[in-house]
Design a protein around this ligand. Structure first.
Ligand SMILES: C[S@@+](CC[C@H](N)C(=O)[O-])C[C@H]1O[C@@H](n2cnc3c(N)ncnc32)[C@H](O)[C@@H]1O
Length: 229
């Protein structure tokens, strides 16, 4: 009985109805140097993932516009800005305080808001996002929106593991952080891709080995999308 109640409570929370009012709290409440340091530290923790992405980015041709979702205080557009020397970079994040830092330290374009709801009228040659899908309240909507604003390429990482056999996304709401901690189901996302019209040749979902501790977190998930004309 108690267990059923817990399951029901989690199901309700996972709809986002309750989690929503404080959603994003953990990224809003930091500010200034403390916030910059937090994002830099987070970036360094995922060095292998970032190297994988940088290699990917450098091997794409004719990129004119790039969108980063969940840019935080701007490690890519500020500390790694040489990657976008001939590219029009746009960064977006739900954290107002983080975007304030970006605007202070960079002349690139930045948009603040919940990416799932943001009104974005244009498409970008490449869209990328690191460690954001792991926290959103609707993984399918997040990925569908990425597909929608992508002209050619998208690259998405999920840092919490690689779960090829998980039938449905697993979402866990953390009230203290105001964030979800998600296990990303490859089976479910493949269905979503099909539903929104991507064909099998237009996406690849792979694991990336980042550690050696025999845990789920030894692997991250990388989704690459390449739209055909
Ligand atoms: C774990 S941090 C990752 C930061 C950075 N991308 C990295 O890899 O180091 C997650 C980021 O996603 C942002 N975020 C979470 N949900 C979002 C949403 N719905 N729309 C836009 N940004 C979101 C947070 O504010 C935070 O900056």
């Amino acid at each position: 009985m108690v267990r059923n109640l817990e399951t029901l409570k989690n199901k309700i929370k996972n709809t986002g109805i309750f989690g929503h009012s404080s959603y994003g709290k953990t990224w809003q409440e930091k500010d200034g140097d403390e916030q910059n340091n937090w994002y830099t530290k987070m970036h360094k923790c995922h060095e292998i993932q970032h190297q994988d992405f940088i290699q990917y980015l450098k091997t794409r041709n004719n990129l004119e516009t790039v969108l980063e979702i969940g840019c935080g205080t701007g490690v890519y557009p500020i500390q790694l800005k040489e990657l976008f020397a001939n590219i029009k970079y746009t960064g977006t994040d739900i954290s107002e305080t983080a975007i304030k830092q970006c605007k202070k330290n960079s002349s690139f374009e930045f948009l603040v808001g919940d990416f799932i709801k943001l009104n974005i009228s244009k498409k970008f040659d490449l869209v990328f996002s690191h460690a954001v899908i792991d926290h959103v309240y609707d993984m399918d909507a997040f990925v569908a929106k990425i597909v929608n604003v992508t002209k050619k390429y998208a690259y998405i990482t999920a840092y919490r593991g690689f779960f090829p056999d998980l039938k449905k996304h697993k979402m866990n709401w953390n009230d203290t952080d105001g964030s979800y901690y998600n296990d990303f189901s490859i089976i479910q996302i493949k269905k979503k891709f099909k539903e929104i019209g991507l064909n099998e040749n237009e996406f690849d979902i792979r694991s990336l080995k980042i550690d050696n501790t025999n845990k789920n977190e030894d692997y991250q998930t990388v989704i690459e999308i390449q739209k055909t004309d």
